[in-house]
Design a protein around this ligand. Sequence first.
Ligand code: PGA
Length: 258
Amino acid sequence: MAAKAKIRALVAGNWKMNGLKASKKEVVSLGKRLAPKGKTAKRPACDVLVCPPATLIASLKEAAKGTKIAIGGQDCHAKASGAHTGDLSAEMLKDAGATFVIVGHSERRADHGETDAVVRAKAEAAHRAGLVAIVCVGETEKQRDAGETLSVIATQLAGSLPDGLNAKTTVVAYEPVWAIGTGRTPTVEDVAKVHAEIRAILKKRFKAEGEAMRLLYGGSVKPSNAAELMSVPNVNGALVGGASLKAEDFHGIVAAYA
Ligand code: PGA
C-alpha cells in the first residue's frame, strides 16, 4: 500500500483501429475537461495518455498542445528502419509526437502471432527510441478456466520484459483477454491477486524499479467501474479501449483519480 501511494497513476486510452481526422475534437474536448474554463492547464491527478492510430499521432499531438495529454502509438517494429513494408518504427512514432507506445497487446499477439520474444524486442525498440513502453500481458478465458492465470502471466512477463528496465520507461498492463471489449471484468479480488503477483515478480527481477513500476489494469474499464478497479492495491491506472473513444467517458475514468 505504501508503494501505491508514491506511484503516480496513468490512465491510457487505446483507440485501436478507430478514429479519423474528425476525432481530433475528442482530444480537444478532453483537454478542456482537464483544464476547465480555459485556465492554464492544470495537472490532472493522474497522467493521461491517448494512443490513436498512427495516422493521427501528429494531428492529435497538435490538438493536445498546452494540455497535459500525452500521445502514444499502439505498436512498433523492433528495427529502427529498413525494408519492412507497412511497418512503423519506434523512432517514427517518436518523430510524429509520441512519447509512449503499447507493445504486446493481446490483439497484436493474436492477430499477428507476436511471441514474448517479439514483444520484448519491441519494448527494447521503444526504449532505444526514447519512448515509454506499455507492455501488455493477460490470460485467455481457456487459460483462466484451467487455473493457469498466474503461470501464464509469469511466463509472459519473463519473456516480454527486457533486462535492466526502469520504472520511468516501462509500464506493465494486465489485460485479461476475456475482459477486453466484453463488458466483463474480473472481481476486485482477482485483480488484486494478479497485480500482487505481478508486483512480486517485478520486485524480484528489477528490485526498486519493479516496486515503482506502474501496473495498469485493462479490460472493460468504464466510468462506472473505474473508481473500484483503481482502488485495488497495486493498480496504478488503467488501459482503456472502447471507453477512451469519447472524451466524456474517458474523462469519467480519469476523474476516478480526482
Ligand atoms: P476495452 O479494451 O476497454 O474496450 O475492453 C481494453 C484494451 O484492449 O486495451
